[in-house]
Design a protein around this ligand. Structure first.
Ligand code: ADP
Length: 479
């Protein structure tokens, strides 16, 4: 198959969260299985490893002609295409401290249009990708791809055999604008009902209507977004349930404690001694007392309402009475960043709250911490709990979405479980789950080690997931 990924983020070139990781890793896994895979993403800045191609294209959007360029590189068997336009070249992918860029609809419409020319014209080994492709569009930023496929291309006999899968990584962002913006999109008026939501333009809704298949990033999230967590699109998603699949994200060798270049020592499920070295190194790096038996609790997140940081704020005073250390890393909401700073100031020997985006430190926290907190209100899949399990760091999570699908609560009587998943979303339930984890860590080190090993030995690879995607792609083109 020929598969064209369209995404606002492709790691390692661009990433603010899990979307970037997934759109970096899944294409590689599909290429390893013998498919031709292309990714199309904005060129947010000059990338040293991508070269300009002779291809250029012009689109009429928002009343003007806009010309884009196409850069290319081949890495790990995947053709990566970067769309060049001045509107992409800004310090933040979606916005800055003062909010989202006001022209995001234009920027991502431009990306969506460019995806078709990337497939048609960008030279790759053996020619071009051509028209017989499956598009895998991701989140609202690429949700115009299925709409344009039907409205501008298949309408005139182009891409006749192409299909489009829409990946749903987060229903919290729909790409909504006033109705008047619709006129800028180069779509005939008869497409208005497709993107109309209560009289406003809703790009994600248009994508959900027009895509051949929909994939949510976990089976539980695929159910939840039909009944309560769809941010208003629940009914439509329920209507499309026969085409809505849930496929868990995997993790790749970027996150592997046996090879990770960012951590102080490597370790395996059979020999965890390197993990103690990583803990010591993390305590030293963060300026925390080097105490090997004091539980070190990690947290890494985009500081968004979604992530349930308010529960962490509520339990923090209690947690500080428990003789633990806490290492937090994140950026986003001002009140949460302030909480990081305040906690560090109040408990300087126990808490580090690092504000910022720091990929290497994220690896070192995963490797050095004993526990990992993820009390998300909702979580489409979640990657940090998977990384935690891979690194022998026991996750304490809210049982929602992908967290419910991947973290099984410890049952000491049955030798089962890889962490603690609490059901009621409140501070009491969260503290109780942390309490169980701390008790187990302190009193039952053998049981703790068994929990670590079970998590580390789980098959979290992309290979199995890629096989599920293959079946969905095949169904999308015969739709
Ligand atoms: P989401 O996609 O909602 O942000 P995920 O758990 O799926 O949540 O993925 C988060 C990804 O972003 C992980 O790779 C995580 O390590 C990374 N990440 C989030 N915040 C930071 C940060 N401040 N510094 C480094 N990495 C971060």
């Amino acid at each position: 198959m020929r598969i064209v990924f369209v995404s606002a983020e492709i790691a390692p070139w661009s990433k603010t969260g899990g979307l970037g990781d997934v759109c970096g890793a899944l294409p590689r896994a599909l290429a390893r299985r013998g498919h031709r895979v292309m990714t199309v993403a904005p060129r947010y800045k000059a990338y040293a490893d991508a070269w300009e191609t002779p291809v250029r294209a012009r689109y009429h959007l928002f009343g003007q002609w806009h010309e884009v360029g196409f850069f290319h590189c081949l890495r790990d068997g995947v053709d990566h295409v970067f769309v060049e336009h001045m509107a992409f070249e800004r310090p933040g992918i979606y916005g800055n401290d003062r909010g989202a860029w006001s022209d995001n609809l234009f920027r991502f419409a431009l990306l969506s249009r460019a995806a078709f020319d990337a497939a048609l014209s960008v030279p790759v080994e053996g020619g071009t990708f051509g028209q017989d492709v499956v598009f895998h569009a991701n989140d609202w930023h690429a949700a115009l791809v299925p709409v344009y496929l039907k409205a501008l291309y298949q309408n005139v006999g182009l891409f006749p055999n192409a299909g489009c899968v829409l990946g749903l990584h987060n229903l919290g962002h729909h790409g909504t604008s006033a109705r008047s913006e619709f006129d800028g999109l180069d779509l005939a008026q008869r497409w208005w009902p497709t993107v109309d939501y209560d009289g406003n333009l809703n790009v994600l809704k248009g994508g959900i209507v027009a895509a051949d298949k929909l994939v949510a990033v976990s089976p539980t999230y695929a159910r939840e977004i039909q009944s309560g967590l769809g941010f208003g699109l629940d009914g439509l998603l329920h209507f499309r349930r026969a085409d809505l699949h849930g496929v868990l994200n995997g993790i790749d060798d970027t996150w592997d404690p046996t090879t990770d270049p960012h951590i102080a020592a490597h370790f395996t499920a059979d020999d965890l001694s390197g993990k103690a070295t990583c803990k010591k190194a993390l305590q030293a790096e963060l300026g925390l007392p080097q105490r090997p038996r004091t539980p070190l609790i990690g947290l890494i997140a985009r500081l968004d309402h979604q992530k349930g940081i308010d529960l962490v704020m509520e339990v923090m005073p209690w947690l500080m009475s428990q003789d633990v250390q806490v290492a937090m890393l994140g950026s986003g909401g001002a009140q949460y960043e302030q909480f990081f700073r305040d906690s560090q100031r109040l408990w300087p020997n126990r808490v580090r709250g690092v504000v910022g985006f720091n990929e290497k430190l994220a690896h070192r926290i995963e490797a050095g911490a004993d526990l990992f907190l993820m009390p998300s209100r909702f979580e489409p899949c979640g990657l940090n709990q998977l990384y935690s399990m891979r690194y022998g760091t026991i996750p304490v999570v809210h049982a929602t979405g992908g967290l419910a699908d991947t973290v099984e609560t410890v049952d000491p009587a049955a030798d089962r479980g890889t962490g603690w998943a609490f059901r009621r979303f409140d501070a009491e339930a969260f503290a109780e789950a942390i309490g169980w984890a701390l008790l187990t860590y302190r009193k039952y080190p053998e049981a703790w080690k068994a929990i670590q090993q079970r998590g580390m030995r789980r098959d979290l690879s992309w290979e199995r997931r890629a096989a599920e995607y293959e079946r969905i792609y095949a169904a999308a083109v015969t739709h």
